[in-house]
Design a binder for this molecule. Structure first.
Ligand SMILES: CSC[C@H]1O[C@@H](n2cnc3c(O)ncnc32)[C@H](O)[C@@H]1O
Ligand SMILES: [Zn+2]
Length: 435
């Protein structure tokens, strides 16, 4: 079989693992980066992309989302987490079907690809249908089934069976673009037995765990009441934590909990827009980074954000730390860019494959077009122009696993209009079913 080659020529390559900039070209061979040089011969190359006036970056990594929830965008705004979830989202989710989750995931995949995200980590229901959307769209994903048992033994067994079935069916699927984690929803919805079973299963299957932790003050108070311990103290006390645990939100942390996170090498997914919109709080991200804790970025679902634009999420993360600490040097544009790429890859245990631009790594790459009003002039450092000035709409090309998913803003794998039509119909039906 002959190699499939793509040359991205005459571009500005910015590698967030060392922030070195190269003016030159990059050659993709099949699914991997094959060569990076100031000049690469373009004869015998299957496809040439002109990168002039563009910045080449690794694709962004969204470490916490619920892709099918894109259907619920704008459905329940201006609410606290408690009321958003209990009175609005859970009643809507009761009527979800595999088809709705599939359409919601396709809708989300369009938004991810268009705004430069090539990998996302998801915890939700009907995950085999999300896997189907991942396979068809060409994106990369870490999928987990969201397990909730509220202490019910029968439910626990069912939830565990679902996540194991997902692992057995989908781990390694889509040419290896899909990995499966275990997804206990949170310490307040998953019993101690379920959390202990998940810890054992993650070791047995040699995979990761995706969980919401310490999102609101209410969660801290409830945990203190139930266990006399804060959420991370409780998870530590039952031996749940480890380097394979990805804790979303992690907003309300005591000094002792930061120590616990560090000691267990737990990975954090920071979700600033969702935390702001639900008025949950401000996570101590600068503190975590200073403590050498690995922090990636995530949007959470589009129902609590309300979009999946990681450039906007990184900008918000940076500005929020600055204003919270009254320190303009907090979460710099370099730190934010790393958080959206190489740190995100580390959070998901994928740093050997993705997250930076290096020969031998997977060709998950994006081009940002600087010839847009909001990016001219580019007198600042390149990372500053991306984090402080750009947004997802400036992405014009997205490549995942060596395959072009969007070129010059045109999607190659998904039919936008068709999916928008189906998504509009799906949410109307779901709203009708709730009445
Ligand atoms: C059991 S599948 C995932 C479950 O999580 C819900 N969810 C979405 N966003 C949040 C959040 O910020 N905190 C807690 N739970 C969240 C989602 O609606 C599903 O029910
Ligand atoms: Zn979430």
């Amino acid at each position: 079989m002959t190699d499939n080659t793509i040359l991205i020529k005459d571009t500005l390559i910015l590698n967030p693992s060392d922030f070195k900039e190269i003016k030159g070209s990059l050659l993709i061979k099949n699914d991997k980066i094959a060569e990076i040089d100031t000049d690469i011969d373009e004869s015998n190359v299957d496809k040439v992309i002109d990168g002039k006036g563009k910045i080449l970056l690794p694709g962004f990594v969204n470490t916490h989302t619920h892709l099918s929830m894109t259907l619920f965008r704008g459905l329940a705004d201006d609410l606290s987490l408690d009321s958003w979830l209990n009175d609005n989202i859970w009643p809507m989710e009761a009527n979800l079907t595999s088809e709705y989750c599939y359409i919601g995931a396709l809708l989300g995949a369009i938004e991810l690809i268009k705004s430069g995200t090539t990998t996302f980590s998801d915890m939700y229901f009907y995950m085999e249908d999300v896997a189907k959307a991942v396979e068809e769209s060409g994106i990369r994903a870490v999928l987990s089934y969201g397990m909730i048992d509220f202490g019910d033994d029968e439910k626990r067994e069912h939830e565990i069976k679902e996540n194991i079935a997902l692992f057995e069916k989908c781990n390694g699927m889509a040419d290896g673009r899909i990995k499966v984690f275990f997804g206990p929803h949170s310490p307040y919805t998953a019993s101690k037995d379920l959390l202990e079973d998940v810890r054992w299963l993650a070791n047995e299957y040699n995979t990761g765990i995706h969980i919401h932790v310490s999102e609101t003050q209410k969660e801290i108070n409830d945990s203190l009441e139930a266990h006399d311990l804060r959420p991370f103290e409780y998870l530590d006390s039952i031996g749940f934590l480890g380097p394979d645990v990805v804790a979303a939100h992690s907003v309300w942390l005591s000094h002792n909990e930061i120590e616990i996170i560090k000691r267990n090498n737990v990975k954090i997914s920071h979700n600033p827009c969702s935390n702001m919109k639900l008025a949950s709080g401000i996570a101590p991200i600068q503190d975590l980074i200073t403590n050498d804790i690995c922090v990636g970025i995530g949007t959470d679902g589009a129902s609590s954000n309300n979009n999946l634009d990681l450039i906007e999420e990184l900008r918000t993360a940076s500005l929020l730390q600055k204003v919270n600490l009254l320190n303009p040097k907090a979460l710099t544009s370099n730190e934010a860019l790393a958080m959206g790429t190489i740190r995100g890859a580390e959070v998901l245990g994928l740093e050997q494959e993705i997250g930076s631009i290096e020969v031998g790594k997977k060709a998950d790459l994006i081009l940002i077009d600087t010839n847009n009003a909001n990016m001219v002039p580019d007198s600042s450092a390149t990372s500053s122009n991306i984090i402080y000035s750009a947004n997802g709409y400036n992405v014009d090309t997205t490549i995942c696993n060596g395959k072009i998913l969007m070129e010059n803003k045109k999607l190659t794998t998904l039919d936008e209009e068709e999916i928008y039509k189906k998504a509009r119909k799906a949410i109307e039906e779901l709203k009708e079913a709730r009445k």
